[in-house]
Design a protein around this ligand. Structure first.
Ligand code: CTP
Length: 218
């Protein structure tokens, strides 16, 4: 199968974690290397797409031909993704933090003698994927990711419906030989018309196969 050309298409990809600051030296964040999202953006650019990569804090080189926007928090990621619309596809590979401190302290939080516990008040972050899927300028294809430790297909399918997206790429995390820091992974891509098992393979190969599914029917 020849790779589908994406010339003339605009693809927005989010990648990496978000960091939600507690104070100037501490944050709450998700584990994510950003590699899967960077591989998708690289593959999209190689196929000729006008590619925007909204990247959380990661130490990865910008793929050739990709327009990169660096962000730190979920709120910043949301603003950058919405600013990149309209687009033909949004692929939400970022591990966006679900919770953020109600307020970030301007100064470093100091511990006091006798304090054995600390209670943090967290509030929900915007669900960028659901927002893009419900946006007046909704891309034709909206793709989410589901990192799960169990029940991959059921969890991915639940997200597909809950967030109103076209595809959810589920991957198992917390198991040896794949997931976070690895160059290899396997994806179970759940759509409205069925399930596609991709890999295990390199993230570069998986990125290409995922783009084939995204571009089906274009
Ligand atoms: N996502 C998002 N904005 C958020 C949270 C998640 O856009 N505030 C997107 C991610 O980019 C990913 C998908 O939603 O594409 C992940 O779904 P989510 O429900 O956040 O996953 P979990 O937090 O792992 O779900 P659960 O709490 O059900 O385990």
């Amino acid at each position: 199968m020849t790779a589908s050309s994406l010339a003339g298409r605009r693809i927005v990809v989010s990648a990496g974690p978000t960091f939600e600051d507690l104070d100037p030296v501490r944050f709450i964040g998700n584990r994510s290397s950003g590699r899967m999202g960077f591989a998708i953006a690289a593959a999209a650019a190689r196929r000729g797409a006008d590619t925007v990569l909204v990247a959380g804090p990661v130490q990865l080189a910008t793929p050739a031909g990709v327009h990169r926007v660096d962000v730190r928090s979920a709120a910043q990621l949301r603003d950058a993704v919405l600013a990149a619309l309209p687009a033909d596809a949004y692929i939400g590979a970022a591990a966006v933090a679900d919770w953020t401190p109600r307020a970030a302290a301007a100064r470093k939080l100091k511990k006091r003698d006798g304090e054995d516990t600390l209670t943090l008040e967290l509030v929900r972050t915007p669900d960028v994927l659901a927002e893009v899927a419900a946006h007046p300028r909704r891309p034709r294809r909206v793709v989410g990711f589901a990192a799960e430790t169990e029940d991959l297909e059921a969890n991915a399918r639940a997200k597909l419906h809950a967030k109103g997206v076209d595809l959810v790429a589920g991957n198992l995390v917390g198991i040896a030989g794949g997931g976070f820091e690895s160059e290899r992974n396997a994806l179970l891509v759940v759509g409205h018309d069925g399930v596609h098992a991709l890999g295990p393979d390199t993230k570069t190969v998986l990125a290409g196969q995922l783009l084939d599914l995204v571009a089906r029917g274009w």
